[in-house]
Design a protein around this ligand. Structure first.
Ligand SMILES: *Cc1c(COP(=O)(O)O)cnc(C)c1O
Length: 397
């Protein structure tokens, strides 16, 4: 058997691989530099055109581009009218922003557990946590696979909360043949550099609800409107605008919007390549007793943002930490998505205690993220498969 590098074997690749990397081509560069030569650096023609592309891709009626995915979650919570005394149920296995958005508006995040096979927010655990104060659920399409839309829509019907989908990972994925983005009341997207489609930074909220759309537009820009039909006073003249609510400036630049638009042209290619890599990974890793692969939500045709492996403590002699280090010795720098949000000191100070979500905590002990991105070469994929297999076999029980 081949020795892992930590045991004195040689690493499978000479240069380092990371868990994600953007892909920027000449068309992307041209899209950005064209804007730099134009009249509009911030809100210009690319905002509307990128928004209409997002509507096509997500199947939603309306899209509001904004500064980043966190801003998108914030204005979604504002548009939902959340505030003090309200509870928002979300998953602990996510980036902190999915829970923080409740705190931004004075509401209380409530953590429900994950499904131990798909790692997504478990609808059954969500229902257990519903109280008369529950006003919203923020479900995250973890790693890119759709949440169980049928189950969350049924819960929404039964309890009447605002259903917000944190779709930061989900672009390209479909659920029962429909793109994610048209199921929840609002779906938020992120265009951070590690995500499938990037604007450097960037975000969006997509919705089918014209009332929510109107609010999202307002909350993107200081609560200010130029729309005379929304004004409370008679306009003094053509310069006139009104501030109707208190909100931040969450606008995005036209450079970023142009980059997002240009990247969206490549979404079919990005998706096909990622699916191809995932197929190869699943095939190679599914049969290794030392590891577990993420299982799909029924109905999700997934474009993964993350590829997660879990050590199986019953069949693996080493811990996640040791597996992670053994991968680093092979020059493959993994990551861990995510530390349960309520483990953070800020949340501890708010009174959240360990033990809230046993499946999430067990997941966190075992999970690590291996490289997955469009720009990976076939030999990079081979290297990852070779390294994972080598380590998993060596330490197998
Ligand atoms: C990236 C991410 C966000 C935040 O997006 P930004 O654009 O970085 O603000 C929110 N939720 C999840 C699950 C994410 O992965």
């Amino acid at each position: 058997m081949t020795k892992p590098a930590v045991e004195g074997g040689s690493p499978v690749c000479a240069s380092k691989l990371y868990y994600s990397h953007q892909y920027i081509d000449e068309a992307d560069i041209r899209a950005v530099t064209d804007v730099l030569k134009s009249d509009y650096l911030t809100t210009g023609p690319h905002i509307a055109s990128a928004e209409s592309r997002l509507c096509e891709v997500t199947g939603a009626e309306y899209a509001v581009l904004c500064a980043n995915g966190t801003a998108a979650l914030h204005i979604a919570c504002m548009a939902a009218g959340l505030g003090k005394g309200d509870e928002v149920i979300t998953t602990p296995i996510t980036f902190a922003a999915s829970a923080n958005c409740a705190l931004y508006v004075g509401a209380k995040p409530v953590f429900a557990d994950i499904d131990p096979k798909t790692y997504n927010l478990d609808p059954a655990s969500t229902e257990v946590h519903i109280t008369e104060r529950t006003r919203a659920v923020v479900a995250v399409d973890f790693g890119g696979q759709s949440v169980d839309e049928d189950a969350f829509l049924a819960l929404k019907e039964k309890y009447g909360f605002t259903y917000i989908e944190d779709g930061a990972h989900v672009i390209g994925t479909t659920y029962r043949g429909r793109p994610n983005g048209s199921f929840a009341d609002m779906t938020t997207l992120s265009f951070h550099a590690v995500k499938t489609i990037t604007g450097g930074e960037g975000g969006a909220v997509v919705t089918n609800d014209p009332k929510l759309y109107e609010k999202l537009l307002l909350y993107r820009t200081h609560g200010i409107t130029h729309e005379s039909s929304l004004m409370e006073h008679t306009p003094d003249g053509p310069w006139y605008y009104e501030m109707l609510a208190l909100a931040p400036n969450y606008r995005i630049t036209d450079m970023q919007a142009a980059l997002i638009e240009s990247q969206l042209d490549k979404l079919p290619e990005f998706s096909a390549r990622k699916k191809d890599i995932v197929r190869r990974y699943d095939e190679a890793f599914r049969t290794l007793p030392a590891l577990r692969v993420q299982e799909e939500t029924p109905g999700s045709d997934t474009v993964r943002h993350l590829y997660i492996l879990r050590v199986n403590p019953d069949h693996c002699r080493i811990s996640r930490r040791q597996f992670f280090d053994a991968m680093a010795a092979e020059n493959i720098i993994c990551n861990v998505h995510y530390i349960p949000v309520y483990y953070f000191p800020y949340y501890e100070r708010l009174g959240y205690k360990r033990g809230l979500c046993p499946n999430a905590e067990q997941y966190y002990e075992e999970a690590f993220t291996i490289p997955l991105y469009y720009a990976m070469r076939d030999e990079d994929v081979d290297h990852v498969i070779e390294a994972v297999t080598k380590i998993a076999r060596w330490y197998q029980i």
